[in-house]
Design a protein around this ligand. Structure first.
Ligand SMILES: Nc1nc2c(ncn2[C@@H]2O[C@H](COP(=O)(O)OP(=O)(O)OP(=O)(O)O)[C@@H](O)[C@H]2O)c(=O)[nH]1
Ligand SMILES: [Mg+2]
Length: 201
């Protein structure tokens, strides 16, 4: 895949606006502020493709990006305490509209802040992915903020904190340094190859 050729497609604030799924999709989920938009920018080597902010709740909409035959989907983050009840309902509606409408979701990158044990919301999200048989990979973000020792302590901790951890691919990642990026790109490239060989058959 030529990652430079990415293009922003559209943004949706309501699930009723979501167009039917016409392309295989790769989605990014995780707590607000965990680094979803930063990961997208790093992946495509663009500074401002997805909007990043130190204020949680920056991405309040579903954003579509397109690269060759794949759509990348930046989803709004969960677990941000300061949003109103109405906003939380809108978020739940958006997520439900995205995940429960028969889209062809090839992979979900589930982001978890590497500095801390997964939150209750993270575990709920992972449980949702497992229950719905959605293929996913856990990306451990903000690796650069931990010392080597803290990193290995967290890797140990996650083995018991995340259910079925031994069956889940977990990739430590830093949007600052790009560590973990090659492994992530390999996973995406494999999906792209599978899709194009399916299309040929
Ligand atoms: N040091 C460091 N900071 C990061 C990393 N990834 C993200 N950040 C910072 O974390 C903050 C939140 O990043 P975003 O990418 O906007 O997070 P998000 O998950 O898209 O957040 P929402 O849109 O609110 O759901 C920003 O200040 C980023 O610069 C990382 O790998 N290392
Ligand atoms: Mg964001």
């Amino acid at each position: 895949m030529n990652y430079h050729n990415v293009a922003f497609e559209t943004s949706f604030g309501l699930s009723s606006q979501l167009p039917p799924s016409d392309l295989p999709e790769i989605a990014f989920t995780g707590r607000s502020n965990v680094g979803k938009s930063s990961m997208i920018n790093r992946l495509f080597n663009r500074k401002r493709l997805a909007r990043v902010s130190a204020t949680p709740g920056k991405t309040a909409t579903i954003n579509f990006f397109r690269l060759e035959g794949i759509r990348f989907v930046d989803l709004p983050g969960y677990g941000y305490a300061k949003v109103s009840k109405g906003e939380k309902q809108r978020w739940a509606g958006l997520m439900e509209g995205y995940f429960n409408t028969g889209r062809s979701i090839e992979l979900v990158f589930q982001l978890v802040d590497m500095r801390h044990p997964p939150s209750k919301d993270d575990l709920q999200m992972i449980d949702f992915l497992i229950q719905n048989e959605l293929p996913f990979v856990v990306i451990l973000t903000k690796k650069d903020k931990l010392s080597k020792r803290e990193q290995s302590e967290r890797m140990e901790g996650l083995k018991t904190e995340i259910p079925y951890a031994d069956q889940i691919t977990m990739i430590p990642f830093s949007a600052e340094t790009g560590e973990g990026l090659e492994e992530i790109k390999q996973i995406i490239d494999e999906i792209a190859e599978e899709i194009s060989s399916d299309e040929e058959n």
